[in-house]
Design a binder for this molecule. Structure first.
Ligand SMILES: C[S@@+](CC[C@H](N)C(=O)[O-])C[C@H]1O[C@@H](n2cnc3c(N)ncnc32)[C@H](O)[C@@H]1O
Length: 264
């Protein structure tokens, strides 16, 4: 018998109603290229295989789960089991035709943020991603300017993806139950970025610096990068706080930084 491992963030789904609701929101169809990250003991794998007509890629790190999955799904010859760390896995190796990937995962909470950033590298090949995450993380991913949860994570992810909070999942849906509530998020990589940054790395720097001390103004937080006059010249109020700026505002600040640095 496989014992749930804390190290791998193993909280297995066992509530049939919640599993149905998750798969219903994903709405997988035959012929689509679904990929599940962290299949665990197969709670989502089974209905995903059923919906796609038997084709699925899964990426699982815990090597003790691999033989269990192989035994459980031995009839499914189009289930491809990859024993790998999703954080370093090259998702391009799964792209073998013109079908975009649809990613699904009840993710270990400790890897969720780095994993989402890793997956952004493949966004050209991804149609959508549905993840179960800690509720607070989903709130941050989907937050709008002015929300308490609005900050670095939401801005950087929403720059690349549309993010939607689908629903909350209580701890009792898992065995063992986690200490916190969870939620399902849908991320759709944008086909075109409305306000592109000249250099996305500069956008990351500006956002990080602007939120350095949340209660402080742009004038104060951005001092190491630009003057209050420069902020004003972009039509922004230096007395404003970062939490009230739109993604477009951050892009303007980042582009100002790239342009002044390249002309210096
Ligand atoms: C929260 S459990 C979910 C299991 C199953 N999908 C479910 O819903 O019951 C997370 C799963 O991700 C796996 N995992 C943890 N870290 C991983 C990583 N870096 N790469 C791939 N899988 C990982 C764990 O072993 C576990 O099976």
């Amino acid at each position: 018998m496989h014992r749930a491992r804390k190290r791998f963030g193993q909280n297995f789904l066992h509530d049939a109603g919640i599993i149905d609701r998750i798969v219903g929101s994903i709405a997988p169809k035959p012929g689509q290229h679904m990929v599940e990250i962290g299949p665990g003991r197969g709670a989502l794998t089974e209905p995903l295989l059923e919906a796609t007509g038997g084709e699925l890629d899964v990426v699982e790190l815990d090597r003790d789960l691999i033989p269990i999955l192989k035994t459980q799904f031995f009839r499914h010859e189009n289930l491809r089991i990859h024993e790998a760390d999703a954080l370093t896995f090259d998702f391009n190796t799964l792209v073998t035709d013109d079908r975009p990937l649809r990613l699904v995962g009840n993710l270990p909470y400790n890897i969720s943020t780095p994993l989402m950033f890793h997956l952004l590298d493949y966004s050209d090949h991804i149609h959508d991603m549905h993840f179960m995450l800690q509720k607070e993380v989903v709130q941050r991913l989907c937050a709008a300017p002015g929300d308490n949860a609005y900050g670095r994570l939401g801005i950087m992810i929403q720059y690349y993806c549309e993010a939607r909070y689908l629903f909350t999942v209580p701890p009792g849906a898992f065995a063992p139950p986690p200490k916190v509530e969870s939620a399902i998020v849908r991320l759709n990589p944008r086909t075109t970025i409305e306000y592109p940054a000249d250099d996305p790395d500069k956008l990351a720097v500006v956002v990080r610096t602007a939120f350095n001390q949340r209660r402080k103004t742009l004038r104060n937080n951005l001092k190491p990068l630009m003057s209050a006059e420069a902020i004003e010249s972009l039509g922004l109020n230096p007395g404003e706080r970062a939490e009230n700026l739109s993604i477009r505002d951050f892009v303007m600040l980042a582009n100002h930084l790239s342009r002044t640095e390249s002309s210096a």
